[in-house]
Design a protein around this ligand. Structure first.
Ligand code: NDP
Length: 243
C-alpha cells in the first residue's frame, strides 16, 4: 500500500504535542490511527474529535516502558485492523538538569521512556511487519540527538541512542522503511517535566522561537507518503531562526 490513505498507523504518546498533532493530520489524510498514551481521557477526546471530522481513530492505554503493554497495543491494533503499516515511536520525556544535580530517577525515566519505549515499539511491531513483508518504523529523536547542550546530557544520550537504533534497524532490513524525525524546539508539553530550576529558565528562552507540533506532524506525513522504494531516513525540522 502506498501513500497514507488506508494505512494503519500506531502513535505512541498521542495524548499531547507532536503525537496528537500527527494523529489528527494523518487521520485527515485518510490513515486509521491508533493512539496510545497513559492519559486515556485525553486520548478519548482526541479520538472522538477525529471521528467527528470523518476520520478513523481508536485508542488504548499504553505505558511504553512496559513491553507487555506495548505488545497488547499491537495485538489490539491487529485485531481491529488486520495489519500494522506504521508505528510512530513518539512518546518521550525531557526532565533536563545538570549532571551534578544527580537526579538519578529522572535519568532512569528518560532511559526507560525514550530508549526502552522505542525498543519496545520495535519489538512489538517488527515481527508483524516482517510477516506482512512491509512496514515503516518512525522514531522521534531530536536536534538533541545531534548536539549536546548543558543540562541535556542524559536527554541527548537517549536521542543519540534513538538514531543508533534506527540506523541499525534500517541496515538490517530491506523491506521495512525506517525514519528518524529530529525536531528542534517545538510547542508542546515536553518542558513541563523539568524539575531543575536552571534548566527550566534556559528552556523558557529556547521556547520563544518554537515551531508548532503540526510542523513536525507534516514531516512525519511526508516520510509516510513517499513510495515504498523511498526511505526517508531522517528529517531535521527546526525553527528558521535556530542557530
Ligand atoms: P509532550 O510532552 O507534549 O508529549 C509527550 C507524549 O509522550 C505525551 O503524549 C505523553 O503522554 C507521552 N508519554 C510520556 N511518557 C509515556 C509513557 N511512559 N508511556 C506512554 N506515553 C508516554 O511532548 P512532545 O510532543 O514535544 O514530545 C514528543 C516527542 O518529540 C518526544 O519523544 C520528544 O523527545 C520529541 N521532541 C520534542 C521536541 C520539542 O521541542 N517539543 C524537540 C525534539 C524532540 P502521557 O503522559 O499521557 O502518557
Amino acid at each position: 500500500m502506498q501513500g497514507i490513505k488506508g494505512k494503519t498507523v500506531l502513535i505512541t504518546g498521542a495524548s499531547s504535542g507532536i503525537g496528537e498533532a500527527t494523529a489528527r493530520l494523518l487521520a485527515k489524510k485518510g490513515a486509521r490511527v491508533v493512539l496510545g498514551a497513559r492519559r486515556t481521557e485525553r486520548l478519548k477526546a482526541i479520538s472522538e474529535a477525529i471521528r467527528r471530522e470523518g476520520g478513523e481513530a481508536e485508542f488504548r492505554a499504553l505505558d511504553v516502558t512496559s513491553l507487555e503493554e506495548m505488545e497488547a497495543f499491537a495485538k489490539f491494533t491487529l485485531k481491529s485492523n488486520g495489519r500494522i503499516d506504521v508505528i510512530v515511536n513518539n512518546a518521550g520525556v525531557m526532565p533536563l538538569s545538570q549532571l551534578e544535580e544527580v537526579k538519578v530517577d529522572e535519568w532512569n525515566r528518560m532511559i526507560d521512556v525514550n530508549i526502552r519505549g522505542v525498543l519496545h515499539g520495535i519489538a512489538a511491531t517488527l515481527p508483524i511487519m516482517k510477516r506482512q513483508g512491509s512496514g515503516q518504523i518512525i522514531n522521534l529523536s531530536s536536534i538533541g540527538g545531534h548536539h549536546v547542550h548543558p543540562t541535556a546530557a542524559v536527554y541527548s544520550a537517549t536521542k543519540f541512542a534513538v538514531i543508533a537504533i534506527s540506523e541499525g534497524l534500517r541496515l538490517e532490513n530491506d523491506k521495512i522503511r525506517v525514519t528518524v524525525i529530529s525536531p528542534g524546539v517545538t510547542e508542546s508539553e515536553l518542558a513541563d517535566s523539568i524539575s531543575a530550576e536552571s534548566a527550566r529558565k534556559a528552556m523558557k528562552q529556547f521556547r520563544r522561537v518554537a515551531i508548532s507540533s503540526d510542523a513536525v506532524g507534516r514531516a512525519i506525513a511526508y516520510a509516510i507518503e513517499q513510495p515504498d522504494d523511498v526511505d526517508v531516513s531522517e528529517i531535521i525540522v527546526r525553527p528558521t531562526t535556530s542557530p
